[in-house]
Design a protein. Structure first.
Lengths: 219, 184
């Protein structure tokens, strides 16, 4: 059995992971990672991992970032490379690191969906790594929402699969992403999701108010 | 020039101009938690993390400033209409928290460049600033984290400044129309 199959098996056995907290979500919304496993290499994160192309992108000025973005994105074929971009998004020594990461991820394709699913399954309920992972999920959700090379439906499905997450950071990222994905054919679905976040089902008043504001902005 | 539909209070929630805004990555980074001390700590670590402790602020005293700063901030993005989350404080509060703005031209809109300042904020001072602003937020019910909203604000800002000839949208222009526009 190769490492790719091993990883997929691990991903498909989430432990105590509840994402079905609403009728809006069902098990079919879990991304089928097998479909992408043959295309994308698997996770083999190494703390010392480096990629000069990604580093150059983040170290360059904004005009250069804009002109190189698509070329760099075409090289992001593995979960590793996506996770590396998420690491860079948090750097305090890089100007506009968060925005640069989101706009870079927005140029990527299916690898984003697999990486998002994997990262969510890694999400710990407690511990000091939790906040760092929440921020990474936030960046990845924001990038995926803008990834126009993927269908709106697949992005919406992948993002709503995280609705059961308890994190305020992740929930507000989902709300912004869902609002951004609104178009004339999914207005009712988008409104329904935002109304769920704005309802008393949400114990976090900040999230409720955030969703109400997003609802106001719907056209 | 047409009259402006978007005012400082529309975007900031109140008009206590002149005021300074500092762009942040996400509105929720200002409110990670309902626990006050944790909230302060998280805001410091996720908003004030520059390795040299030097932060960009923009001084806003008019609608024109409000529009041009937004244009400059989003000139780096793929979409000029993206939301722009920020925190704000007044001119007087700058002194109150011991912050010393140093003019430093930045931005592509040539009106906005004159509104930009750099402020050195070491970690302890950043903590005092976040703590103080969050206390004021509780006391006066003023949200210190706000955002230019894509559909409500940015679409109009971009449409107007593009039509007028702002350098943020046409970098090959020699001049920026925003330098000569007198907005009400």
């Amino acid at each position: 059995m190769n490492s790719s199959v091993l990883e997929i098996q691990r991903i498909r056995t989430p432990q105590n992971r509840s994402i079905g907290t609403s009728s809006l979500i069902n098990s079919e919304q879990i991304v089928n990672l097998e479909a992408t496993s043959s295309v994308y290499t698997t996770r083999n994160l190494s703390p010392a991992q480096k990629d000069p192309l990604i580093e150059n992108y983040f170290r360059s000025g904004f005009q250069e970032r804009i002109s190189s973005r698509r070329r760099v994105a075409l090289r992001l074929k593995s979960f590793d490379s996506v996770f590396l971009v998420l690491e860079w998004s948090q750097r305090g020594d890089v100007d506009d690191a968060y925005d640069a990461a989101v706009d870079l991820l927005a140029e990527c394709e299916e690898v984003l969906i697999g990486a998002l699913q994997y990262l969510y399954l890694e999400y710990p309920r407690e511990g000091r790594d939790r906040a760092r992972l929440e921020i990474k999920l936030d960046v990845l959700i924001s990038g995926l929402a803008r990834a126009s090379r993927l269908s709106c439906e697949s992005r919406l499905r992948a993002i709503t699969a995280l609705m059961g997450c308890e994190s305020r950071i992740v929930k507000t990222a989902i709300i912004d992403a869902i609002a951004k994905l609104e178009h004339k054919r999914n207005k009712k679905q988008v409104r329904g999701i935002l109304e769920w976040f704005a309802s008393p089902n949400q114990f976090d008043t900040y999230v409720r108010e955030y969703a109400k504001e997003a609802l106001e902005d719907l056209e | 020039m047409t009259s402006h539909q978007i005012s400082i209070s529309d975007v900031v929630g109140v008009d206590r101009s002149p005021l300074y805004i500092h762009k942040i990555d996400r509105p929720s980074y200002w409110k990670f938690s309902d626990d006050f001390e944790r909230r302060v700590d998280d805001a410091v670590s996720h908003i004030f993390k520059d390795s040299e402790h030097l932060y960009s602020f923009w001084r806003i005293a008019s609608s024109m400033d409000l529009y041009c700063v937004a244009a400059s901030l989003n000139a780096k993005r793929d979409s000029p209409e993206e939301d722009i989350p920020f925190i704000w404080l007044t001119d007087l509060e700058m002194g109150e928290f011991g912050l010393e703005p140093a003019p430093s031209e930045e931005g592509v809109c040539l009106h906005a460049t004159s509104l930009h300042v750099d402020i050195l904020i070491p970690p302890e001072q950043a903590r005092a600033l976040c703590h103080g602003l969050m206390l004021k937020e509780l006391k006066f019910s003023e949200e210190r984290s706000r955002k230019y909203r894509e559909k409500k604000h940015m679409k109009e800002i971009v449409a107007l400044l593009k039509a007028e000839g702002c350098k943020a949208y046409q970098t090959n222009l020699e001049f920026c129309s925003c330098q000569s526009i007198d907005l009400k």
